[in-house]
Design a protein. Sequence first.
Length: 80
Amino acid sequence: MANMPVPEENFINTPKKIVSVGIYGLALSGILYALTTWIALGAAYLQLFWVIRAWPWINLAAALGSVALIALGFARGYRV
């Protein structure tokens, strides 16, 4: 098992794959972060201008959605 030759293409493709998946994950998490930021700003706009204090779950949903989507983006980026 130890004397088996390792194909040369593994040395070439593996770093490219890791880098490309990492860049993809960072880009995805950045896009999701921007989207969830706008969602949170929209909830803040509704609360500020239309005084929706009876629905505190809007803030909770925006916060949880933001955390979940950012975590999803990073998990997607770190999984090779």
